[in-house]
Design a protein around this ligand. Structure first.
Ligand code: FES
Ligand code: FES
Length: 175
């Protein structure tokens, strides 16, 4: 399969989950395993551009496909994708465990709907659980990223990010 733009191939047992392949074979450990039962969304990645809970797919199902993890979002080392920048600026994380999956689900949403309403953001993130933030800052960050044009494809250069910058200077709501 292609992972974050590079080819990776390996023989693994039939029952190997995609999330385990990414973490244990590809060495990409930012994708987390929270529940292992398709409930929490911490393992969300993109497969052929669609957000997928990678604990619900076999690695073999991604054979020949293009997978993007949160490590592959930014355009280069030291850079942040506009969605990552909005989460950072908007204090949209606390422990950070849910964040890789939350960011990938949000990127997938904006790829399909570049200007979502708040209600559409909340609906799109229903499958991603966060035990820390209370969700408000996450939703605000996704809306700011949308205003900044974060629908850019993974690996593309970041947009100026004015809305995310505004988040950083505005009053932050408690969770
Ligand atoms: S670990 Fe995949 S949904 Fe929770
Ligand atoms: S920031 Fe801790 S689970 Fe979301």
């Amino acid at each position: 399969m292609t992972v974050n733009g590079g080819q990776i191939g390996a023989e693994v047992p039939d029952r190997t989950l995609l999330v385990d392949f990414l973490r244990d074979v590809a060495g990409l450990t930012a994708t987390n395993v929270g529940c292992d039962t398709s409930s929490c969304g911490a393992c969300t990645v993109l497969v052929d551009g669609q957000s997928v809970k990678s604990c619900t797919q076999l690695a073999a199902q991604a054979d020949g496909r293009e997978v993007v993890t949160v490590e592959g979002l930014a355009s280069g080392p030291g850079e942040m994708h506009p969605m990552q920048r909005a989460f950072h600026a908007g204090h949209a994380l606390q422990c950070g465990f849910c964040t890789p999956g939350m960011v990938m689900a949000a990127v997938s949403l904006l790829a399909e709907n570049p200007s979502p309403t708040e209600a559409e953001v909340r609906t799109a993130l229903e499958g991603n659980l966060c035990r820390c933030t209370g969700y408000h800052n996450i939703v605000r960050a996704v809306l700011a990223a949308a205003r900044d044009g974060a629908a850019a494809a993974p690996g593309e250069a970041a947009a100026p990010g004015e809305a995310a910058a505004d988040l950083a200077t505005s009053e932050r709501r408690p969770g």
